[in-house]
Design a protein around this ligand. Structure first.
Ligand code: GCO
Length: 459
């Protein structure tokens, strides 16, 4: 087993180690203190959408166990906590009245972090859209972008004095393509036109959100969290290489392009531009604003080949086989070199600010035996991927921090509770938390930071 102290020497002393969660996945208390349903509550109630009809009503009961969970983070010795704020607790109908009791919860959360010396990395949108907004079309409606802007203002006015960083969105790829084209996530739409509308209005909402954060809290570093795909062509054939470029544009370029360059990618526009909603004058300027940082969520590569069907819709690719036969329990290929090539490729194509790995981790479902969880494969995954992050630092990329996904086992979206990503095991019958072997290892790594060998961090 790699000694965490040895691995620690490969990171600068001000490198930030943290853990991540998201509101819907852990909070439970879905009807408490004025919260109203989100699109995920509705989706969970629809047969056939979520494994076992699992839902977020109780989850990890984090809403009621806040202090104990913050103690857990503190005891793990990590420096930062990445969490998300539930819009349906703050403005339960999406627009309309503000729910003070919802804000109170996040007040307690950030105060609790500060009291324990834990840095706060907040995400404004991690997929729990207030259900009422579906009446207007949800993310396919331009009005949702403005509703998001008002929600952003409400949150920032209350919490920003205690935030170390804020992200507008978590993984727009999921809330756009996975939710509106592939139908796997809420609202379960399967329609390119709907997805293209969700794409542009999500990008617009990001831009409006950035403006609002700057306006209310100019000193809080603002970023965006993207699950950029490490697209790898199945072969060196011209057809597969062209397919990989189309896939890059479709899965990455439609977010990175407008945000970091002020334009949608050219082949994508040629293929699908006439089905996009109206891009109004000024939209791209709003979307293309300088960010202080960006977050990369990485788990597994995306291998693609050209779709042989001549009438296939852009990006006209099919999945290609894994090259590594090591997979996690959710069936994802373990392949850390793709993290390296992805970061290289993104910095080659775009002018990107400082990068935090805002999620990385592995699904392994082993349980508690004699009070212990022996999850060696997860630990191996962390060692493997953290070594790549250290290589990237050595190669000069501005990698500033790393958040393990996840602090604890939680509601894994369409997979329900059967897929576990935690450093801490959760027994959903008793809500007992047990730190896994990987969690103990990560603690000893994090405990080395901050360490003495650093240039003072910018803030
Ligand atoms: C994500 C998600 C997490 C998932 C994780 C594992 O942003 O994709 O934040 O919510 O649980 O990625 O699938």
């Amino acid at each position: 087993m790699i000694d965490p102290k040895v691995l620690a020497t490969r990171f600068p002393g001000d490198f930030l180690f943290g853990v991540a969660t998201a509101s819907f996945q852990i909070e439970g208390a879905s009807k408490a203190d004025g919260r109203k349903p989100s699109i995920w509550d509705a989706f969970c109630n629809m047969p056939g959408r979520v494994y076992g009809r699992h839902n977020g009503d109780v989850a990890c009961d984090h809403y009621n166990r806040l202090d104990a969970d913050l103690d857990l983070i503190k005891n793990m010795g990590v420096e930062a906590y990445r969490f998300s704020i539930a819009w349906p607790r703050i403005i339960p109908d999406g627009t309309g009245p503000i729910n003070e009791r919802g804000l109170d919860f996040y007040d307690r959360l950030v105060d609790g972090c500060k009291a324990r010396g834990i840095k706060t990395y907040a995400t404004l949108y991690h997929w729990d859209l207030p259900l009422t907004l579906m009446g207007d079309g949800g993310w396919t409606a331009r009005s949702t972008a403005y509703a998001f802007q008002r929600y952003t203002r409400t949150v920032m006015e209350r919490l920003s004095d205690r935030l170390d960083a804020v992200a507008t969105f978590n993984e727009p790829w999921c809330s756009v393509w996975l939710s509106h084209l592939y139908g796997i996530h809420a609202p379960g739409e399967r329609n390119m036109d709907a997805a293209l509308a969700a794409m542009h209005y999500t990008n617009l909402a990001h831009g409006l959100g950035v403006q609002t954060c700057r306006d209310v809290a100019p000193n809080v570093p603002v970023g965006l969290v993207l699950n950029a795909h490490s697209v790898i062509a199945a072969s060196d054939s011209a057809a597969d290489k062209a397919a990989a470029e189309r896939a890059f544009q479709f899965h990455n370029g439609v977010f990175f392009g407008p945000v970091f360059k002020g334009e949608y990618p050219s082949d994508f526009v040629e293929a699908l531009g006439d089905r996009m909603p109206v891009v109004e004058d000024g939209d791209l300027t709003i979307i293309n604003q300088k960010l202080d940082w960006w977050g990369l969520n990485y788990y597994t590569p995306m291998r693609v080949a050209a779709d042989p069907n001549p009438s296939a819709e852009f990006p006209a690719t099919v999945e290609a086989p894994f090259v590594n036969d090591v997979t996690t329990d959710i069936g994802w290929e373990v392949y850390s070199p793709a993290l390296h090539s992805l970061v290289e490729e993104l910095y080659r194509r775009y002018e990107l600010p400082d990068c935090y790995i805002t999620e990385n981790g592995a699904c392994y479902n082993m349980g508690v035996e004699n009070g212990e969880v022996d999850d060696q494969p997860r630990l191996d995954y962390y060692v493997d991927h953290l070594s790549v992050v250290a290589d990237l630092i050595k190669d000069g990329y501005p990698m500033r921090g790393y958040f393990a996904w996840s602090l604890m086992d939680n509601f894994e979206w369409a997979q329900g509770y059967r897929m576990r990503f935690g450093l801490v095991h959760v027994d959903y019958d008793t809500q007992v938390r047990t730190v896994k072997k990987s969690g103990k290892w990560y603690s000893s790594l994090a405990a080395e930071f901050p360490k003495g060998n650093h240039k003072k961090a910018a803030s």
